[in-house]
Design a protein around this ligand. Structure first.
Ligand code: 26W
Length: 836
């Protein structure tokens, strides 16, 4: 790996000061005294970016000349978060930068606040891609993250009278200093049209696609620095432009709209991110987006491959391409098209290369999230690809018919073409058949994939399946987000954990060191006070840092059960109203998360949370012992404020629904204690921290299967639980909503009659476990011990560990070894531990 000796602290404050002043003059064209905050932010960003350019160019050279395999990560979403402070930290230049600016009476934090967040993703999947890019660079693995440069990212969320309102995210209005448009690497991408056959000069029948229209893809590269290793990878995001941006003949004919029609239509492709999370919109533009960036990316990898003078037949030896869910899985027939129609390879050879190149990661079991494209739509937009999919499908099903003779149902289930109702193209089936490796993102999820969603494929192709439990980067989610705790940890155990999170185990030596416990508690409390201040400044709500900060931040979805959390709060409220003098550990419930604009029930959940907040925050009987806050516009930057300030991490999804979850890991490593179900990564967090340091509740996947078999009657749970009845009745009588009996009717009806996510069944278990949380928190010594142990045992959940597993098991690229899991933790059956 290109581990070049980096001149320690090469970046001096003098260097930064002169770079900053020169960019103000030469790039921005303003003297310091007349420059605005956003202009100063741009000047500094260019200065920091300059520091990365050298290493960026070297990194490319390293891919080029050394015979290293490169990872191509294809993702329709990336949530990198703000770059400035992260890149300064990676360059170990934060303090010298702060110093340089202070000498000019400029505050670094003021400038950092000017950075618009690139919200090019919805939630977990997009943020995971960003954590992976950080770990790939820090491990020195050559990689390119390919995606879409949406002009408008995820909407900005405002809350009006308790209701979500979406605002356009104009993140590019002042330009983006962190990206460089790459002029000589743009590609044309075709759409529509027709296909035809022709006989080539060796008499072979060949296919040709004549697209109906073409769009140009222009790459914009953003540097992704490794942590203090002098290594820089890139994020290459494609934006769509017209091949011919202005039609002079139309203009001369006075048809001004005609003159720019192609431009407008083309640019629409990378105009905006689809804000749906876990729900397939199935829209034509979305398929066009997916094909556009995937085709540009594959054409780019083939170009880079040829630049090396290597034969196309060795493409799979040079590139390992990972499909971040099925969104880029059109890449499989696209690589086949390139190898067959442009490189003129034979089918078998092309197929072998294609399969050996791709890996596919599944991120959800929700049936409504699995992409199935209407066949007529697919045929109209991508006629050549449909032909290739038919061929792939036929050849595969032939093999399956031999393997499972007479099992027509299995063949029908495994087909890439869905025949029931409207004919569809099943992208998950294509992704599995076209990849050498398929993985889930947590042990339970990977098992459920094998037992249900992809069962037929697991039975036919067991060796392809593996698990790669998610992880998050401690560089952003601890060091950048929580400097006070990070420096306390540095002091106690050194800094090796920055690039090897297993080292946090060393913290266990301090669990009975009362001085350290006290410092740990005071550090957490100071961080809570900071969030408290932010909440008061932005929401005008007073919160008590001494109270339990109980936090649930994630996309709003019924399976994540934010409304179960709200029902529990109402039951606490009823308790307090019923007996104001009850001993009660004060609690502050903090929520954050966006609802997909078309997801009505999710928006009603936000309204419920805000309504409960209005009620309890202003009820004198509660005397401030209960506070509820919904923080608007939850994103990476807000996450960096919230994760370090939590005592309790809410991970309460219905068992079997949350593929993994990654917020749970960010809370844990910052010392929060989880209340959760046996779902997704919660199972592994509980295994790592020990059952005494985790508040478990609720039905397991097995329980739910049994109840479902027997037939689930939520009404019974309502009748059986007085607490639940009090809350449900209160809601339906409008007692908690200023007498409005109708606003939550749809939710109550659904809960009492269907309750697809078993809220009523888990209510009593949840509320009683929450009571245990309150009791545990009252014992500060015990709580601090639990908090330290949660952080100390979070080593597994670094994205460095996850990326190491992808590199060794799927991508076959060498990575530097880590100290690995301490001997007494639960070994990950998937990966063979590396000896020291
Ligand atoms: C087609 C619309 C659509 C858009 C996004 C469907 C599905 C998605 C994503 C797969 C949803 C997502 O973000 N899934 C989350 O992925 C995380 C990273 O692996 C997991 O930790 C979460 O459990 C999972 O919900």
């Amino acid at each position: 790996m290109a581990q070049r000796a980096v001149k320690k602290n090469a970046i001096t404050s003098d260097g930064i000061r002169s770079g900053f002043l020169s960019h103000l003059t030469h790039t921005i064209g303003r003297p310091l005294e007349f420059s605005s905050m956003v202009e100063r932010y741009h000047a500094l960003s260019h200065t920091v970016r300059d520091q990365l350019m050298e290493q960026w160019i070297q990194a490319v050279e390293s891919y080029k000349n050394k015979n290293v395999r490169v990872v191509g990560y294809l993702s329709a979403e990336y949530l990198p978060g703000p770059h400035l402070m992260n890149d300064l930290q990676a360059l170990d230049a934060t303090e010298s930068c702060r110093e340089a600016l202070v000498s000019l009476q400029v505050d670094l934090d003021d400038l950092a606040r000017e950075e618009p967040e690139p919200g090019l993703g919805n939630g977990g999947l997009g943020r995971l891609a960003a954590c992976f890019m950080d770990s790939l660079a820090t491990l020195g693995v050559p990689a390119i993250g390919y995606g879409l440069r949406y002009e408008f990212g995820i909407f900005r969320q405002e809350i009006r009278d308790g209701w979500q309102v979406e605002r356009t995210d104009k993140w590019l209005q002042f330009g983006n200093p962190w990206e460089l448009p790459i002029m000589d690497a743009s590609f044309e991408v075709g759409f529509g049209g027709r296909t035809e056959t022709y006989t080539d000069d060796s008499g072979l029948v060949r296919w040709r696609w004549i697209p109906g229209r073409k769009v140009r893809g222009v790459p914009h590269d953003t540097p992704v620095p490794g942590y203090r290793n002098g290594f820089v990878n890139r994020l290459r995001l494609w934006s769509a432009e017209a091949v011919d941006s202005f039609d002079l003949s139309d203009f001369n004919a006075g048809d001004y709209m005609g003159a720019v029609r192609q431009k407008v239509e083309s640019e629409t492709i990378s105009k905006i991110l689809y804000p749906s999370d876990d729900n397939d919109a199935g829209k034509r533009l979305r398929l066009a987006q997916q094909y556009f960036f995937t085709s540009c990316s594959l054409q780019d990898m083939v170009r880079l491959h040829k630049l090396q003078g290597k034969p196309i037949t060795e493409f799979h030896q040079k590139w390992s391409i990972q499909l971040n869910d099925t969104h880029p899985s059109i890449g499989i027939p696209e690589l086949m098209r390139i190898l067959l129609d442009e490189e003129l390879l034979g089918w078998e050879e092309a197929w072998e290369i294609t399969q050996a190149t791709f890996g596919y990661t599944n991120h959800t079991l929700l049936p409504e999230a699995l992409e199935r494209w209407s066949l007529p739509l697919f045929a109209a937009l991508l006629p050549r690809h449909l032909e290739i999919i038919y061929e792939i499908n036929e050849r595969f099903l032939d093999r399956m018919r031999n393997r499972f003779p007479g099992d027509a149902d299995r063949i029908r289930r495994m087909s890439m073409i869905g025949e029931e109702g409207e004919r569809t193209v099943r992208m998950a089936n294509l992704a599995v058949v076209g990849s050498k490796a398929v993985n889930g993102v947590a042990e339970l999820h990977s098992d459920l994939l094998k037992q249900s969603t992809l069962r037929d494929f697991y039975e036919a192709l067991p060796d392809r399946f593996s698990n790669k439990t998610n992880g998050v980067t401690q560089r952003r989610w601890m060091m950048l987000a929580n400097p006070p705790l990070s420096s306390l940890i540095n002091e106690a155990i050194g800094t090796k954990w920055h690039t090897d999170l297993w080292e946090l185990r060393e913290l266990e030596r301090f669990v009975s060191d009362s001085a350290f416990l006290e410092r740990w508690r005071r550090t957490q409390e100071a961080t809570k006070a900071k969030l408290s201040q932010y909440i008061e400044e932005t929401q005008g709500i007073k919160t008590d840092p001494q109270s339990i900060f109980d936090i649930q931040v994630k996309r709003i979805h019924e399976y994540k059960r934010q409304h179960l959390n709200a029902l529990h709060i109402l039951s606490l409220y009823c308790q307090l109203k019923g007996n104001p003098n009850v001993t009660f550990t004060p609690r502050t419930f903090i929520f954050g998360g966006k609802a997909a604009p078309s997801y009505v029930m999710a928006k009603l959940i936000i309204k419920l949370i805000c309504t409960v907040g209005d009620l309890v925050n202003n009820d004198p009987d509660v005397k401030g012992r209960l506070k509820v806050v919904f923080l608007p516009d939850y994103n990476v930057s807000l996450g960096q404020r919230i994760y370090p300030a939590a005592d309790v991490s809410e991970q309460i999804s219905t068992a079997g629904k949350e593929a993994s979850g990654t917020g749970c890991m960010k809370f844990q490593m910052n010392g929060a204690v989880t209340i959760g179900t046996l779902d997704g990564a919660n199972v592994e967090i509980r295994k790592e921290v020990g059952q005494d340091n985790f508040f478990l509740f609720g039905l397991t996947t097995q329980d739910i299967d049994q109840i479902t078999q027997k037939g689930y009657r939520p009404q019974e749970f309502y009748e059986r639980s007085s607490k639940l009845r009090e809350v449900i009745d209160g809601l339906s009588e409008g007692r908690f909503s200023r007498g409005d009996r109708e606003v939550f009717r749809p939710m109550l009806d659904q809960l009492l009659n269907v309750d697809p996510y078993f809220l009523l069944a888990d209510f009593d278990s949840y509320t009683s476990t929450q009571a245990q949380v309150g009791a545990a928190y009252a014992d500060a010594k015990r709580w601090n011990r639990m908090s330290i142990l949660n952080s100390a045992r979070s080593g597994k959940f670094s994205s460095d560990r996850t990326i190491r597993e992808y590199c060794s098991d799927i991508w076959k690229v060498p990575v530097p070894s880590s100290s690995g899991a301490p001997k007494n933790t639960t070994p990950n059956p998937q990966t063979k531990r590396r000896s020291k």
